[in-house]
Design a binder for this molecule. Structure first.
Ligand code: COA
Length: 335
């Protein structure tokens, strides 16, 4: 689904962002103690040096809360102003109530709609896209969009092919009607291909394989990834998404100030950037510090880029993601 131009509808902007990373660090040296791996291999193959790990008493909503408070504040609003809450996550506190409902309560928000969106690494972009159309239509004004994960709780620390990749974190954005022509979301796109679902899967704990002693013994409550296959698919999808969004908006690659890609692997991002002929200094990377936090990577990176002054109001930025489902999505934003 593409939503490029909506001339009869309201333009929508990102009014504020926030992020939160737990303090505890999991370094490559720590991983060397858990599985047969080494710092050099991890850095060379992924670009990652360390990830963050939620404290024992922290669940996804706790991380989401901290990021959301900052986003609401930076938008110049209060929790009372929020008209809807959407949380992209595949690691909710509980299957139900949703993390969004728990977050609503913790924020002290009004009794507005609140729900989780399960689109894995595309969760934030999907939520952004849907929030945009809600505001554009005039149905709502201020929507809190969050990407939050505690992936370390579903990571198998006996599988060296996956445990090196994932970390915990949360990012949030508040969307509001645009007030001028400088800052607005220009384009959003989202799509899925369920035939590739087995490539990234958490097999246990759902209705297919409800939790039993057996599913636990078989470690079905951990993520299983087919990294090689995902790698190839991700590179070509990222390239296609960026190109297609520019074409839809009659813009050129040179118009982009900064690409903020899903932080899955530095080599995937470098390979896509090289094919797009976009220099690496226009690609925002923080996976060296946080690893892959699924739905949270893009809003965390967006918040860091904004707070560091790497992106300024009015700059054209491209958000692009690919992940479990398979799902993918992109957005072009005049920040
Ligand atoms: N340390 C050392 N060696 C490792 C290792 C580790 N942590 N993990 C795998 N290896 C080994 C493999 O066993 C393999 O050995 P072999 O050749 O003797 O069989 C070798 O390294 C190459 O493995 P391969 O899987 O081909 O490596 P890769 O270059 O594709 O990198 C990933 C592996 C997982 C880092 C990479 O494919 C990737 O990032 N894929 C996408 C990740 C993903 O799905 N993310 C979630 C979706 S958003």
């Amino acid at each position: 689904m593409n939503v490029s131009s909506m001339p009869t509808l309201r333009k929508v902007k990102i009014a504020g962002t926030g992020s939160y990373l737990p303090e505890k660090r999991l370094t490559n040296a720590d991983l060397e103690k858990l599985v047969e791996t080494n710092d050099e291999w991890i850095v060379q193959r992924t670009g990652m040096h360390e990830r963050r790990v939620a404290a024992d008493d922290q669940a996804t909503s706790d991380l989401a809360l901290e990021a959301s408070k900052k986003a609401i504040e930076s938008a110049g609003l209060t929790a009372q102003d929020i008209d809807m809450i959407m949380v992209g996550t595949v690691t909710p506190d509980t299957v139900f109530p949703s993390t969004a409902c728990i977050l609503q309560h913790k924020l002290g928000a009004r009794m507005v709609p609140a729900f989780d969106l399960a689109a894995a690494c595309s969760g934030f972009i999907y939520a952004l896209s849907m929030a945009r159309t809600q505001i554009a239509s005039g149905a709502m004004n201020n929507i809190l969009v969050v990407g939050a994960e505690v992936l370390t709780r579903v990571t198998n620390y006996e599988d060296r092919g996956s445990c090196i990749l994932f970390g915990d974190g949360a990012g949030a954005a508040v969307l509001t009607p645009a007030t001028d022509e400088t800052s607005y979301i220009v384009d959003t796109h989202m799509a899925a291909d369920g035939s590739g679902g087995e490539m990234l899967i958490l097999p246990g704990g759902g209705s297919r394989h409800p939790a039993t002693h057996e599913t636990i013994d078989q470690k079905m409550h951990y993520m299983v990834i087919h990294g090689r296959a995902v790698f190839k698919e991700a590179v070509s999808t990222i390239v296609r998404l960026v190109d297609e969004s520019l074409t839809r908006c009659h813009l050129q690659r040179e118009d982009i100030k900064m690409v903020i890609p899903h932080q899955m692997n530095a080599r995937i991002i470098e390979s896509a950037a090289s094919r797009l002929d976009i220099p690496m200094d226009k690609i925002f990377i923080n996976l060296d510090k946080y690893g892959n936090t699924s739905a949270a990577t893009i809003p965390i990176a967006l918040d860091e880029a904004a707070r560091q002054g790497v992106i300024q109001r009015g700059d054209l930025i491209a958000l692009v993601t690919f992940g479990g489902g398979l799902t993918w999505g992109s957005s072009l934003i005049r920040y």
